[in-house]
Design a protein around this ligand. Structure first.
Ligand SMILES: C[S@@+](CC[C@H](N)C(=O)[O-])C[C@H]1O[C@@H](n2cnc3c(N)ncnc32)[C@H](O)[C@@H]1O
Length: 389
């Protein structure tokens, strides 16, 4: 996790991630495709992430060809309002009104933030159907779309909250205020856990699941007997995670439990093949310095790591050995924060990982083996991994 890119950060905007084509699983219904998936690349990166020395090649998303999802069974639907692109297109907007809106919206974009023109295109792609009819059919009244646009440009509300989704790995994950927008850096944890021997049939815990992105992505890779317990203390996170789990049809593989860290997992103590967590890790004293998109809009509960940013991480380390079964794997993400002082954070980031590695290897040397810091794509020690003996 890392804070979002600033609208004024052209460098961050240029970091475009290649995305995998939508994967259709014969065994699981695939959700509705995102309307702008052929062009919309993920230009939303953590401000903390310095430009990668060898970023993935920019490539447009492949248009997804999966059929629309089967609705969740009756009685399991969550209260979450679907992301804009999933709402029915029932609002006619005459071409003249749309043209006038485009002019007003474009006039608000400062010269210093040309990427906002791209966001405007994406917003309109999410908000309307693709036909050229006049009137066009929109998924919300035009004045609502305009208020969304104003919120993005003027109040610096993250684009992901404006449209209600984020592209993450091969998923389009619903998000809203109150839940952290999943960051591209975090995608790597899915590949790490997939590499663990016996992964597919194991029981996994995603602690502090937020939107449920990790839990859903891991669940889609699991085989028979595999399961993810996704926990979070936040009401909004639990609600959104449930929505995403249902949308991807992985209710049989993901069990969402509300509560603090290991507390809701007492009944599976010692049975977990792996623990994954991207806990809050920003030192409390650094919160006021976060860029507005993050500090003003993302939940403090998801960001505040207490003193030194290590409060939750240390608590998780304490509970690990009793949660994991013998040979079980863990991966924690910890982070760098503001690009205001990126070089300092890089140093601190590496130091924090090394501190954790040293701590786990020394304090719990009899419990864990192969504890190490793992680099992210920018060669920063972002993850700490290891195995229970
Ligand atoms: C940095 S966010 C990570 C969210 C998600 N896993 C991701 O990577 O996008 C941290 C998450 O931990 C949750 N959290 C904070 N305190 C918690 C606690 N005591 N127990 C469980 N979850 C907690 C927050 O609500 C938030 O969803």
């Amino acid at each position: 996790m890392g804070p979002l890119s600033s609208p004024s950060s052209a460098a961050a905007e240029s970091k475009i991630k290649a995305k995998q084509p939508w994967r259709c699983s014969p065994s699981r219904p695939a959700p509705s495709p995102h309307p702008s998936s052929s062009v919309r690349t993920a230009a939303r990166t953590a401000c903390a992430s310095p430009p990668s020395p060898s970023p993935p090649p920019p490539s447009p998303r492949s248009r997804r060809r999966c059929p629309a999802t089967t609705p969740p069974p009756r009685g399991t639907q969550t209260r979450t309002r679907p992301p804009l692109f999933l709402r029915p297109a029932t609002h006619p907007v005459p071409a003249s009104a749309l043209a006038a809106f485009r002019r007003r919206a474009a006039a608000l974009v400062p010269a210093s933030a040309p990427h906002l023109h791209r966001h405007l295109r994406w917003l309109l792609a999410d908000a309307s159907t693709t036909s050229d009819s006049d009137p066009a059919l929109f998924r919300a009244p035009l004045d609502h779309i305009e208020s969304l646009w104003l919120g993005h440009v003027r109040a610096r509300r993250p684009f992901q909250y404006v449209v209600g989704n984020e592209h993450w790995r091969d998923l389009v994950v619903a998000v809203k205020e109150g839940v952290l927008i999943p960051r591209p850096e975090t995608e790597a944890v899915v590949d790490m856990v997939k590499g663990v021997e016996g992964f597919g049939g194991g029981w996994w815990a995603d602690l502090g699941t937020g939107s449920g992105a990790i839990a859903v992505a891991v669940a889609r890779e699991l085989g028979d007997g595999g399961k993810v317990f996704a926990t979070d203390v936040s009401d909004v996170a639990v609600e959104i995670a449930r929505f995403n789990v249902e949308r991807y049809g992985v209710q049989d593989k993901v069990e969402i439990r509300q509560g603090s860290w290991f507390e809701p997992l007492q009944d599976v103590k010692g049975k977990l093949m792996g623990v994954i967590s991207n806990p809050p890790y920003i030192p409390t004293e650094d919160l006021p310095g976060l860029q507005p998109e993050v500090g003003w809009h993302e939940p403090k509960l998801a960001l505040d790591g207490g003193r030194d940013g290590l409060e939750h991480l240390l608590h998780l380390c304490e509970g690990l050995s009793s949660a994991l079964k013998s040979g079980g794997f863990f991966v924690f993400e910890r982070d760098l924060t503001s690009n205001i002082c990126a070089s300092i954070w890089q140093t601190n980031g590496n130091k924090q990982s090394e501190f954790l590695v040293d701590l786990i290897s020394s304090k719990w040397s009899s419990s864990f083996r192969d504890v190490k810091a793992v680099l992210d794509f920018a060669d920063i020690k972002r993850f700490v991994t290891g195995y229970h003996r």
